[in-house]
Structures are given as structure tokens and as C-alpha cells.
Ligand binder design. Structure first.
Ligand code: ADP
Length: 207
């Protein structure tokens, strides 16, 4: 009788803004690991022509659509920012679609294990799609300074985003694996390669 292939190990990578998630997942991608990025999927499901974008335009009005037919994210953000009911409406539309697309991409992944990178892994409930949670952990001071340099933005803007995300302590409490990213990029690379080997050996045993 034909055996079903065992389901592959899925590692969720999370961390606050500027913690180094992208840097870590880029390093894992270099090792041949498929990275599914929840932010990319979130943009994919509202591309011009999608059912989601039509529903959003019907609900909020055409003023949230750019002349070229794409979503005006800042106009939409302004509409839901101070209105919890509107935000809940939007999330109840988008979260299941995002989740479905993530599941599809995970199912198509061919690498020994796959990675779901999501800044809001817990907040969005996407942690239920992964077997292990890897936290890229950094001090709040480093998060702030690295993001300010990367995005050329103000401390206030970064702090506002950090406040909307889980605290460092809460994330640490929910992580299975932690990479501390408080040193050089070379030190980070060494830690990532060590973790990659660890995950490959876990994969050999199945999730
Ligand atoms: P995230 O994806 O979690 O928001 P990034 O991976 O984009 O974070 O990292 C934020 C910024 O900090 C980027 O510009 C990145 O190059 C830089 N960075 C990340 N880790 C380090 C490190 N160990 N040393 C120096 N710069 C770093």
C-alpha cells in the first residue's frame, strides 16, 4: 500500500519590527529553504481584480482605490485606524483569505522544511499553521534604531508600530526557538546556520 508522505515541518518566524526577521529568512532562503511571507500574501489577496478588493471598495467606497485600480493602503488605514468595528470587518474578510493562500503556498513548498514569516504570527492566529515558532529577538532599543535607519522614519512612528505588536516578553514566552540578534551580522549568520542544521535534523525525524 502506498504511504502518505509525512507532512513537512513548518517553522514560523516572528519578531517585532526591525528585529531581523527578513535578514534571518534571507539567510535561510540562501540555504534553499522556501519562505512564505505573510506580508507578501496580505498584499497578494487585495491585488486589482481580486474579490477581496471589490468587497473592500464596496464597503469603504471608491476613495480607497488608486486611479490605477490598486488599493490605497494609507486611505484604508485611515478609515480603520480609529474604528475597531471597521477594523474587525476588514480582518474578518482578509484573515481567512490570507490563511488559505498561506496554506496553499506551504503545500506547494518543496524544501526540507518551510518557513512562514509573519510579524503578527500570534496576533493573526497564524501560529496554528506552524509546528515550531522561531523568535528573532532583539532589544527594543535596537529595534528602534535599526528600523529608523532602514525606513528613514521617526522614532515616534516606529514606537507606534511597536506598541501595536506583542511585547518582547510575551513573544519570548511563546517561542520554541530563539535567535538573539544583538550582535553583528556575522554572529547572526552563524546562529542561523546552526539553527538550520538543527531544523534539518528535526525534519529527518518528522514534525
Ligand atoms: P524585520 O524584517 O524584522 O523588520 P530586518 O531584517 O529588515 O527586520 O532588519 C532591520 C534592519 O536592521 C535592516 O536594515 C537590517 O539590515 C538590519 N540588521 C538586522 N540584523 C542586524 C545586525 N545583527 N547587525 C546590524 N544590522 C542588522
Amino acid at each position: 500500500m502506498e504511504k502518505h508522505a509525512p507532512r513537512k515541518l513548518v517553522v514560523g518566524v516572528t519578531g517585532g519590527i526591525g528585529s531581523g526577521k527578513t535578514t534571518v529568512t534571507d539567510m535561510l532562503a540562501e540555504q534553499g529553504i522556501d519562505i512564505i511571507d505573510a506580508d507578501v500574501v496580505a498584499r497578494l489577496v487585495v491585488q486589482p481584480g481580486t474579490q477581496a478588493l471589490k468587497q473592500i471598495a464596496q464597503h469603504f467606497g471608491d476613495e480607497i482605490i488608486h486611479a490605477d485600480g490598486s488599493l490605497d493602503r494609507s486611505a484604508l488605514r485611515a478609515k480603520v485606524f480609529a474604528d475597531a468595528d471597521q477594523r474587525a470587518w476588514l480582518e474578518s474578510l482578509l484573515h481567512p483569505m490570507i490563511r488559505q493562500e498561506i496554506q496553499l503556498q506551504l503545500a506547494q513548498s518543496q524544501s526540507p522544511y518551510s518557513v512562514l514569516s509573519s510579524p503578527l504570527l500570534f496576533e493573526s492566529g497564524q501560529h496554528t499553521l506552524v509546528d515550531k515558532v522561531l523568535l528573532v529577538d532583539t532589544s527594543e532599543e535596537l529595534q528602534l534604531s535599526r528600523t529608523q535607519v532602514r525606513d528613514d522614519t521617526s522614532a515616534e512612528a516606529v514606537t507606534a508600530i511597536m506598541k501595536a505588536q506583542w511585547s518582547r516578553k510575551k513573544r519570548q514566552e511563546h517561542a520554541d526557538l530563539i535567535i538573539l540578534n544583538d550582535g553583528s551580522l556575522a554572529a547572526l549568520k552563524a546562529a542561523v546556520l546552526e539553527l538550520h542544521q538543527q531544523l534539518l535534523s528535526l525534519t529527518a525525524k518528522g514534525p
